[in-house]
Design a protein around this ligand. Structure first.
Ligand code: T4K
Length: 409
């Protein structure tokens, strides 16, 4: 692995890739193997594998304390957690949500016959625009879903006010925002409920997993029943339920990673600062910055590429990096409204989403986390700087090749 300083050092011009193996966005953090194996042995000895086992209960208590919420219900994954939260809150008809999010936020609604109504992001932010939310409310609207994109809170005050005035339920997709605060208060306690993802690619993972956090006792009880088929007693079913339970193996992973959570965040922060310092002077490249006065997980390194200034598009930059084995990702490309079934249901939705359309064409995510070294970041930044310096030559070389030509793993 060596620094890259001239155009012919780039793999698209025939050089060896900068990295011999892939650098990923979303490489899982692993934690102490000894502690995990110890817990797995406990699980095997106990022969209690799932259904509200002791590790799940312990994790729920620890997370509720960390997030300063009354209830944190562990789930099999974030998508099921969203579905159960939506259902337990009685959402029906239409629900307003941003299109600039991972597809699961929308699918969890549509899966239950609820229509996601796509809202634009507020200019200058990556978050749902409260002014447009208000304009999208109809007699069929029952709720709003805000997404704390990149771990930064969306406009919770404005959304709470709109929800109160129109008697709507308010849910937050907090999949990116575990261990993040807003005005000093931990994300998890806003709205009627907040939903986390603990998928392998999140900085805190339980292999697959998720949670619903809420301060509402009745809602927590309903969610608890719904994630276990609706059972309220040994032989009694009172709700339409599903299997949303977290397994003991997943909880063991969560408890193990929790022991190292601060050092993982510290690595993410160190990586963020290194990227921030190295990318600061590149014209046309804007890094999403984190306000250090809040608690942050720093798990996403997000840049926006303005091609009119850089001379190279976001997609061409992704192609250059992929050739170097740096698997940067386009997010949230192409936007929920451009994916099926929504693209067919609402073919003109994009007309109301100019900011979302701009962002989905400009935003990308760079590798970080404990699997990425400081030297890796130096080299990735060299490659980005070189690509911007020689934008025109790269664009000519790449021609019309599509960014989705390959998924290289
Ligand atoms: N809401 C939001 C805002 C979300 O971001 C998500 C999930 C959800 C809701 C739903 O929560 P879950 O139901 O997932 O708990 C990934 C994840 O699958 C997904 O969890 C995540 N968001 C989303 C942003 O990213 P893909 O399609 O990008 O995954 P994939 O397979 O391409 O993996 C990403 C990268 O991670 C790859 O470069 C390889 C690497 N990787 C992945 C896995 C699974 C590893 O190195 N090891 C692994 O085990 O969706």
């Amino acid at each position: 692995m060596s620094r890259r300083f001239k155009l012919t050092d780039l793999a698209i011009f025939g050089a060896d890739p900068a990295f011999p193996d892939y650098r990923y966005v979303g490489r899982p953090n692993t934690g102490s193997r000894d502690r995990l194996i110890q817990r797995i042995n406990d699980i095997l000895d106990r022969r209690w594998f799932t259904n509200n086992g002791p590790y799940v209960q312990e994790l729920e208590q620890r997370l509720a304390a960390l997030l300063n919420v009354k209830h944190c219900l562990m789930m099999a994954n974030g998508t099921l957690a969203l579905e159960i939260a939506y259902r337990a809150l009685g959402l029906t008809g239409e629900v307003i949500m941003p299109s600039f999010t991972f597809i699961a936020t929308a699918h969890a609604l549509q899966w239950q016959g609820i229509t996601p109504v796509f809202c634009d992001v507020a200019p200058g932010t990556h978050h749902i625009d409260p002014a447009q939310v208000e304009a999208l409310i109809t007699p069929r609207t029952t709720g709003i879903v805000g997404v704390h994109v990149w771990g930064q809170a969306c406009n919770v005050d404005a959304l709470a006010e709109i929800a109160r005035r129109h008697n709507l339920r308010l849910v937050y997709d907090a999949a990116h925002a575990f261990m993040c605060s807003h005005h000093g208060r931990m994300i998890g306690g806003f709205g009627d409920a907040e939903v986390f993802s603990f998928h392998a690619t999140k900085f805190f993972n339980t292999f697959e997993g998720g949670a619903v956090a809420t301060n509402n006792d009745k809602l927590a009880q309903t969610i608890g029943y719904m994630r276990n088929f609706g059972f309220t007693g040994y032989d009694t079913v009172e709700y339409l339920g599903i299997n949303g339970k977290m397994s003991e193996m997943s909880a063991a992973m969560g408890l193990t990673l929790l022991e190292e959570i601060n050092s993982i965040i510290e690595v993410n922060r160190r990586n963020y600062i290194r990227y921030r310092d190295r990318l600061a002077d590149l014209l046309g490249l804007k890094l999403v910055t984190y306000d250090d006065s809040e608690q942050r997980n720093y798990q996403y390194i997000i840049i926006e590429i303005d091609e009119t200034l850089t001379g190279i598009s976001r997609d061409d930059l992704v192609r250059v990096l992929h050739a170097e084995n740096v698997l940067a990702r386009r997010y949230f490309y192409p936007g929920c409204h451009q994916m099926e079934p929504y693209r067919s249901y609402f073919p003109h939705a994009g007309l109301l989403l100019p900011e979302t359309n701009r962002l989905t064409g400009q935003v990308m995510s760079l590798p970080t986390g404990t699997a990425v070294s400081e030297d890796d970041i130096e080299l990735i930044c060299d490659l980005i700087a070189l690509s911007i310096e020689h934008g025109a030559a790269i664009v000519e070389k790449l021609g019309e090749k599509s960014c989705s030509d390959h998924k290289p793993y």
